[in-house]
Design a protein around this ligand. Structure first.
Ligand SMILES: NC(=O)c1ccc[n+]([C@@H]2O[C@H](COP(=O)([O-])OP(=O)(O)OC[C@H]3O[C@@H](n4cnc5c(N)ncnc54)[C@H](OP(=O)(O)O)[C@@H]3O)[C@@H](O)[C@H]2O)c1
Length: 380
């Protein structure tokens, strides 16, 4: 495993981190049904092979990820790893909420010190909440009392706000959405460089665009990857683009099987910094153009929008809609829609309450997109 230093500290972490948002399930329709036996096996393999950074959060697996991590780590490895979780800003309606949520998270994680504590999914709205309830002083207090070691934030908004937040506090880490397709999206590459220069350790989420850059890769992109003359999978092609950048401290991967853990750890055991030539960068640009042309809706199936009061399986429907364009497979998506989505859970039953859009970190116009998908799948 290759380790990278967290700037302004004497701590180094593995360049591959474990994102605990997509753990294996015993029932694919129930995000709380973590397959503990498989997940423990993956976690054990990861630590035994040098991975030492784990990232969870209050809402992951409908609030069961922290609990699972707590019960597992209380039995093993707690002192060998750096554990990160995040304050769910959307639940902060008063200064007391910060305290209450932090206590709840410490209990779930069964620890009296959280190594890395991030403000979750900062955007214009939640940044106002941070200021209104003086959440930055709250972080100072936690650090002073030794309840957290380092503070950071994850981000989902535009670059100017990102810079404002970077400049507002002595953050140790920040977590941004970045991959070779979404290189100028939200904070993007400019944000990466900006934060790095300010001494912040930058971590990456959605490195494989939620898996879309690694699985069922369009034939045109497979052909481009072959032209790199490297023996590599699509996942490695995407991870290489991130590991190539010295400004990246840690790439979080939401692995959901032992095979993925094995493959990604093996890849992260090599130093890929500055290994991509200008010629090869042109191939990334070609692959980016293919994905951009074929992506209808910018949904990465992170599931933050769920649950829906009407039980509409939002991310599944948006995935079917995207797949129809990505693979020229409208008929397949249409069939799957009619077979798997019950009439009472279809978008025409949406009450437009807007909760899903408030929760979406990618600002997807979910209500409109669902209607579009429904129309396209039901018209003959
Ligand atoms: N703070 C925030 O707002 C926020 C938002 C999003 C994510 N995050 C954090 O960032 C982490 C990473 O983001 P992400 O989970 O979206 O990561 P990602 O790496 O873009 O996507 C993860 C998916 O990629 C697939 N995958 C992983 N390795 C693979 C391999 N070697 N070959 C083929 N497929 C592979 C798996 O799909 P299958 O499951 O289909 O196998 C997995 O579920 C999250 O887990 C979470 O901890 C934070």
């Amino acid at each position: 495993m290759v380790y990278r230093k967290i700037q302004n500290t004497d701590v180094s972490i593995s360049q591959l981190g474990f994102g605990c948002m997509r753990l294996p399930l015993t029932d694919i329709y129930d995000p709380t049904a973590i397959d503990e036996e498989k997940a423990v096996e993956m976690l054990r393999y990861a630590v035994e092979h040098g991975l030492n950074y784990f990232d969870t959060a209050h809402p992951y697996h409908r609030e069961t990820s922290e609990r699972f991590m707590g019960s597992t780590l209380s039995r093993m490895y707690r002192d060998r790893i750096c554990l990160a979780t995040k304050l769910p800003m959307w639940h902060v309606k008063s200064a007391d909420d910060c305290d209450r949520l932090f206590k709840e998270q410490s209990q779930r994680l069964q620890t009296d010190r959280i190594d890395m504590y991030l403000l979750h999914a900062l955007n214009k709205r939640s940044w106002k909440t941070v200021q209104e309830y003086d959440v930055l002083s709250f972080l100072d207090g936690l650090k002073k009392k030794g309840k957290i070691q380092y503070a950071g934030f994850s981000f989902h908004d535009e670059l100017p706000l990102f810079k404002e937040i970077v400049d507002a506090y002595p953050w140790t880490v920040c977590l941004i959405h970045l991959n070779y397709v979404d290189c100028d999206y939200q904070a993007g590459l400019s944000g990466l460089e900006y934060a790095y220069k300010k001494g912040i350790a930058v971590q990456i989420m959605e490195p494989l665009r939620g898996g879309k850059l690694a699985q069922r890769v369009p034939r045109e992109v497979q052909e481009i990857i072959r032209r790199t003359d490297r023996d590599q999978s699509a996942a490695q092609f995407a991870l290489r683009w991130l590991f190539n950048r010295p400004e990246v401290c840690c790439v979080l991967s939401g692995m959901s099987s032992l095979d993925e853990v094995r493959e990604n750890i093996e890849f992260a055991s090599h130093d890929h910094r500055d290994t991509i030539s200008d010629e090869e960068m042109k191939l990334y640009a070609e692959a980016r153009a293919v994905y951009r042309k074929r992506t209808r809706i910018n949904c990465t199936q992170c599931g933050y929008c769920m649950p829906c009061e009407q039980k509409i399986p939002i991310s599944f429907i948006l995935e079917l809609y995207n797949d129809a364009y990505m693979y020229n497979a409208h008929d397949d998506s249409c069939r799957a829609y009619r077979v798997f989505i019950r009439p009472e859970n279809r978008p025409d039953k949406c009450t437009q309450c807007g909760t899903c859009e408030e929760r979406c970190p990618q600002n997807v116009p979910i209500i409109e997109s669902l209607q579009e998908a429904h129309k396209s799948f039901t018209q003959d």
